[in-house]
Write a protein that binds this ligand. Structure first.
Ligand code: SF4
Length: 174
């Protein structure tokens, strides 16, 4: 039998592939007037294989400092609200199918409701939510109590279209 192993709690796998992982962190926190540094940081981001995951992370975590995903904090500003309002069931489906990417609060709530019906284990759910297995177990137990009322939601996630990688950047975090 094949045994699946998942990264430990808190480990964010895409960061291992970041172009900036060996760069001076100061480069990504330039003064607003330091156009030379801003250009240098953005050039690294432009070539970064996990650029979209980095941007998603900054938006979901409301990280308002420094250059992330090729954008300065000011440039990211308008996108914060759009991410908070998102309820993309295709994105939830992609994560249930194994994609390592960020979900916002609404999407994480949907995922906890449907995870049991998808056969997601507490260990896997703990990794997705970056929580303990006890907490994940609690979520699965609660979801099981509401399985009948959440049936339509389970079906909606099953039928959701997983967004294409090019348009959404979902593939960047895989
Ligand atoms: S996109 Fe993010 S992870 Fe990649 S180089 Fe830029 S700041 Fe680093």
């Amino acid at each position: 039998m094949q045994t699946m192993t998942f990264p430990k709690l808190g480990k964010i796998s895409w960061r291992d592939r970041a172009s900036c992982r060996r760069s001076d962190p100061e480069l990504f926190f330039p003064r607003a007037t330091d156009q030379r540094r801003i250009r240098q940081a953005k050039e690294l981001c432009r070539l970064c294989p996990v650029r979209q995951a980095c941007l998603d992370s900054a938006l979901v975590c409301e990280d308002a400092d420094g250059i992330r995903g090729g954008l300065t904090a000011d440039e990211r500003g308008p996108q914060h609200k759009a991410v908070a309002d998102r309820r993309d069931l295709g994105r939830v489906k992609a994560v249930l199918n194994g994609l390592d990417t960020h979900l916002n609060k609404q999407e994480r709530t949907v995922l906890t409701k449907v995870a049991g019906a998808w056969g997601i284990t507490a260990a896997r759910l703990a990794w997705i939510l970056k929580c303990t297995e006890d907490t994940a177990d609690f979520h699965l137990s609660e979801a099981a109590k509401h399985r009948s009322t959440d049936r339509a939601l389970v079906r909606a996630v099953e039928e959701a279209t997983t967004p294409g990688t090019a348009a959404t950047g979902l593939g960047a975090a895989a």
